[in-house]
Design a protein around this ligand. Structure first.
Ligand code: 4AD
Ligand code: MG
Length: 458
C-alpha cells in the first residue's frame, strides 16, 4: 500500500478505508483496554492518533514502541470519538522500523533550547524545530516567488573568491597549502596555492551581483556566506545565508520601497502558508508573535536618517534611558540595543535608517554631496535590530578607486569589479537580507543557532 502523509490523512474525509502512515512516535500511552500512539511524520505540526487494541499484537512488541521510535501503521481511518482530533486510525498492523532506547535525548517535553543545542542533530524531531524548518522552507519559496514575479534573475555568485566584498577582513581562508610548512622567510608562497593567490570563502555575493545587475538589469543572489567575525551573539553566525538583490537604475527611495515591499511580502507569505506552525509557535514560544507579524505588514516603515536617529538616542539618554553601550557622538556605530530602542520603544514600528557616516560603512557605498554621509538604507526590525543592510553604489570609477586606496585596500584585487565603472557605468543599488534573521523574526525564536540544522558554531 502507498504511504499517506499525515497532513493529508488529517484532512481526509474518506472514512472506513485502510491507509498506511509512517512516522516517529511522539507519545505512547496505555489507557485500560486501548493504547494511544501520537504519530508525526514531519508533514505537519499535528500528530495523528493511532488507536491500538492491545490484543491485536504481541504485548512486548507493543510495549517497545516508545517515544522516538519509527513505525509504519496500517489501519482504518475513522472519525475520532475523543476530543482534540477529528480523525484517527484504528490500527490493524504495526511495522517497527527503528526502536528508540530510553537514553533518547529528545524524550522529555519542554527541554531548554540550550540543552537541545547539544543535540542539535536530533532536535529536528521535536515540534518546535519541525515548525521552524517548515517555515524556513516556506520563506525560501517566498523569496524566489517575489523576485521571479518581479522580473529579477536568480544569480549564482561564487563561494570562493580573492576579493573581500565588505573590505572588513573577516574572511575564512581557503587553501591547499600546508600552512605549517612555509618557506625559509616565513612567507606563505601563495603563488603555489591552488588558485595561485590567496583566496577565501565569500562574505557576500554583492560584488559579483553587481556584474549581473549592470548587464541583466536586476538580479538576486540567495546562498551561503561566511564571516570570521568574533561576534558571539544570538544574531550572528559564522555561516549564514543571504539574499542580495542588485538593481540597475534604482535610486535611494526606490531601494527603500523595494526593501519594504519585499520583506512585507515574505511576512504575508508566512501568515498565509504557515498557519498551523505559526499558531503553534505563538502558543509555545512567543505569545505576541502573530500580532507582531500582522503589525509589520500593516504599518509603513519609518524612514529616518542616521543623524535624526542619533538625536533621538541622545535625547533618550538625557531623559534617563540607560544603554549598555554608551551613546557618544555623531559618527559612532549603533549597536543592536540602540537600533531596538528606536524600533521597539520610540517608534514601535520597523525603521529604515539612511545616510550613515561613510566611515562606519563599506567602501562601495555612494557618498552624499556633504562628503561625510552616504546613501545607505538599513532596515531595523523589532527583536532583531538590523535585518537588512543596503545602499546605493558608488558608480564613479575615480571616486571608487580613491575610496579603495584611502582605506588601505588593494585596487588590483578589485580590478574586475572596477571595470563595471570603467565601461558603461550605471547608477545602481541593492541590499542584503540575512536569511536566518528573517527566520528568527518570523518564528519568534530568540537565538540564531536555533534556526539552522546543525553546525560547528561556537
Ligand atoms: O550589512 P551586511 O554586512 O551587508 C552586506 O553584506 C552587503 N554586501 C549587502 C548588500 O548590500 N548586498 O549584511 C547584510 C545582512 C545584515 O543586515 C544581516 O541581516 C545579515 O546580513 N548578517 C548576518 N546574519 C547572520 N550572521 C552574521 N554574522 C551576519 N552578518 C550579516
Ligand atoms: Mg550591515
Amino acid at each position: 500500500m502507498k504511504r499517506t502523509k499525515i497532513v493529508d490523512a488529517l484532512k481526509s474525509v474518506d472514512f472506513n478505508h485502510d491507509i498506511l502512515v509512517k512516522g516517529w512516535v511522539r507519545s505512547h500511552r496505555n489507557s485500560k483496554a486501548v493504547d494511544f500512539i501520537a504519530l508525526n511524520d514531519g508533514s505537519t505540526i499535528n500528530n495523528i492518533q493511532i488507536v491500538v487494541d492491545p490484543t491485536s499484537m504481541d504485548a512486548e512488541a507493543l510495549r517497545s514502541i516508545t517515544t522516538g521510535a519509527c513505525i509504519g501503521v496500517t489501519g482504518t481511518l475513522v472519525q475520532s470519538q475523543g476530543a482534540g482530533q477529528s480523525v484517527e486510525i484504528q490500527s490493524k498492523a504495526i511495522e517497527i522500523y527503528g526502536l528508540c532506547p530510553s537514553d533518547y535525548p529528545m524524550q522529555k517535553k519542554g527541554q531548554s533550547f540550550e540543552y537541545m543545542r547539544k543535540y542539535a542533530h536530533l532536535r529536528l524531531r521535536t515540534n518546535t524545530f519541525g515548525a521552524v524548518f517548515r517555515i524556513r522552507h516556506n520563506m525560501a519559496i517566498a523569496i524566489h516567488q517575489y523576485f521571479h514575479e518581479h522580473g529579477y534573475y536568480y544569480f549564482h555568485t561564487p563561494l570562493i573568491t580573492a576579493s573581500d566584498a565588505e573590505g572588513a577582513g573577516e574572511m575564512f581562508q581557503v587553501t591547499t597549502l600546508d600552512l605549517s610548512r612555509t618557506g625559509k622567510t616565513g612567507e606563505v608562497p601563495y603563488e603555489k596555492d591552488f588558485f595561485g593567490k590567496k583566496t577565501s570563502l565569500t562574505v557576500s555575493g554583492q560584488l559579483e551581483g553587481e556584474l549581473g545587475a549592470t548587464a541583466l538589469g536586476g538580479i538576486y543572489t540567495f546562498g551561503p556566506t561566511f564571516r570570521a567575525e568574533n561576534s558571539n551573539t544570538p544574531r550572528h553566525l559564522a555561516e549564514f545565508w543571504m539574499i542580495e538583490p542588485e538593481v540597475a537604475f534604482l535610486d535611494k527611495d526606490e531601494l527603500m520601497d523595494l526593501e519594504e515591499d519585499f520583506i512585507k511580502f515574505c511576512v504575508r507569505w508566512a501568515l498565509e502558508h504557515c498557519k498551523d506552525d505559526l499558531e503553534f509557535l505563538n502558543k509555545m514560544i512567543d505569545k505576541n508573535l502573530l500580532e507582531m507579524l500582522q503589525s509589520v505588514i500593516k504599518e509603513d516603515f519609518v524612514r529616518l536618517t542616521y543623524t535624526e536617529g542619533i538625536e533621538i538616542l541622545q535625547a533618550a539618554v538625557k531623559n534617563g534611558k540607560k544603554f549598555e553601550f554608551p551613546v557618544t557622538e555623531w559618527g559612532m556605530d549603533l549597536s543592536s540595543e540602540h537600533e531596538r530602542y528606536l524600533v521597539e520603544e520610540h517608534f514601535k514600528r520597523p525603521v529604515i535608517m539612511t545616510d550613515y557616516p561613510s566611515e562606519i560603512k563599506a567602501f562601495y557605498m555612494k557618498k552624499n554631496a556633504d562628503g561625510k554621509t552616504m546613501q545607505g538604507t538599513d532596515v531595523l526590525f523589532p527583536r532583531i535590530g538590523e535585518i537588512i543592510g543596503g545602499s546605493v553604489r558608488e558608480e564613479s570609477y575615480e571616486k571608487l578607486v580613491a575610496e579603495i586606496k584611502a582605506r588601505g585596500m588593494a585596487p588590483e584585487s578589485y580590478s574586475w569589479y572596477l571595470d563595471t565603472r570603467k565601461y558603461g557605468s550605471c547608477p545602481h543599488a541593492g541590499f542584503g537580507l540575512g536569511f536566518e534573521r528573517l527566520i528568527l523574526f518570523v518564528t519568534g525564536m530568540q537565538n540564531i543557532r536555533d534556526v539552522i540544522p546543525r553546525s560547528e558554531e561556537r
